[in-house]
Design a protein around this ligand. Structure first.
Ligand code: MG
Length: 373
């Protein structure tokens, strides 16, 4: 079997709001083979730049686009192709955008391999530790405590047993506003519903320690990314001084980056975005985290390709905690799959279909595809 085409498809809502919400567009990777098998991947990054990273022609041997490296290759040799892409992008890659693009390609290759062998991706990754996994509803904060409390009630009504709220306006005003927000959320949630807090990178270590102590009565399941991802020393100070679980990782896309976060930052949960790390690296990162006694979760604020990849990944590692599932209403995120995931007792079942087990709807792709900016 040989790869005949590698495409980057950019989908975008007609109106994009300037907020920290990556569900408003999507970059899909479609790899075609001469056996008629098509693999799907996704990248959550700067979509048009990822498209360029994939489609660019060769410049020289360590600076070129990814597509031209893959045409004619055997798609089943996933590890070797990862190394080929990594070595051929040493100037432009090794971290960030080019690794994100490689991750989307990597997911499509795992999808192809599963379809070719008639097995789900978790089986190719060593088998599964579980048949289902608990799902938490991932939300943006609403503007007021009352609106956010309404959203907590909505999440409960949908059948979720946990929900996360993140980013603006939380953490951007004074402590009194943050306390009003958490009070309203806990009141709406009741005592038996887990609440996670995603601060969104705005505090220093001292502010984080002060606020985490003030938040203790609300029983938060974790506190996510209060500090800038470069402030590893600050993460280390926070981790040693607060009682809540400290979660981070969505800005990282390499084992090297997660090693720093775990070893220097002292985090208590590694959040791995499959559409930035790829399946190949995610499995290695989870193994490293397991060796350090740390659980992993996914990061997922995009489509059900990400959700499917995350389900296979979290099924195949021993130290999986929960699955993140974006419930923002973008049609691109929530309606891309012809076979969307269904919540049962607050969980998603692990897919049994060959490959990633998710099939994008061609009509939705046609509706939102951007051909030229
Ligand atoms: Mg986050």
């Amino acid at each position: 079997m040989r790869i005949t085409e590698v495409e980057a498809l950019y989908l975008r809502l007609p109106q994009i709001q300037a907020r920290t919400d990556s569900s408003q567009d999507a970059l899909l990777v479609r790899i075609t083979t001469d056996a008629g098998i098509v693999g799907w991947g996704e990248v959550d990054s700067c979509p048009w730049a990822v498209k360029a990273a994939i489609e660019a022609p060769v410049s020289h041997t360590i600076a070129g686009g990814l597509r031209q490296l893959l045409i004619g290759e055997n798609p089943l040799e996933i590890g070797r192709l990862w190394k080929k892409m990594y070595e051929a992008t040493l100037y432009s890659g090794r971290d960030g955008l080019f690794v994100h693009a490689m991750a989307g390609i990597d997911l499509a290759l795992w999808d192809i391999k599963g379809k070719a062998l008639g097995r789900p991706v978790w089986d190719l990754a060593g088998g599964k530790f579980r048949d289902k996994i608990r799902v938490y509803a991932s939300n943006m904060f609403r503007f007021t405590p009352e609106e956010t409390a309404d959203r907590v009630r909505w999440c409960k009504d949908q059948g979720f047993t946990a929900a996360k709220f993140g980013w603006e306006p939380f953490g951007r005003a004074d402590l009194a506003f943050d306390l009003r927000m958490l009070e309203a959320m806990r009141k709406a949630a009741g005592p038996d519903f887990d609440l996670m807090l995603d601060v969104g990178l705005v505090w220093d270590a001292t502010t984080t320690i002060q606020r985490a102590r003030a938040f203790e009565p609300f029983g938060l399941y974790w506190i996510e990314e209060p500090l800038h991802p470069d402030d590893l020393e600050g993460y280390g100070r926070v981790a040693a001084r607060i009682h809540q679980r400290l979660a981070a990782g969505e800005e990282e896309c390499t084992l090297r980056g997660f090693k720093r976060l775990i070893d220097e930052g002292g985090i208590g949960l590694a959040q791995i975005d499959l559409t930035r790390c790829g399946m190949t690296q995610a499995l290695a990162i989870a193994a490293y985290a397991a060796a350090k006694g740390i659980p992993v979760a996914n990061h997922n604020f995009t489509t059900d390709i990400n959700t499917a990849a995350s389900l296979h990944f979290l099924a195949a590692v021993p130290n999986a905690l929960v699955l993140e599932y974006c419930v923002e209403p973008s049609e691109i995120s929530r309606a891309l799959a012809k076979n969307p995931f269904k919540l049962e007792d607050g969980c998603f079942r692990i897919p049994e279909e060959p490959g990633l087990g998710v099939e994008p709807d061609p009509a939705l792709i046609e509706k939102y595809l951007v051909r030229q900016l």
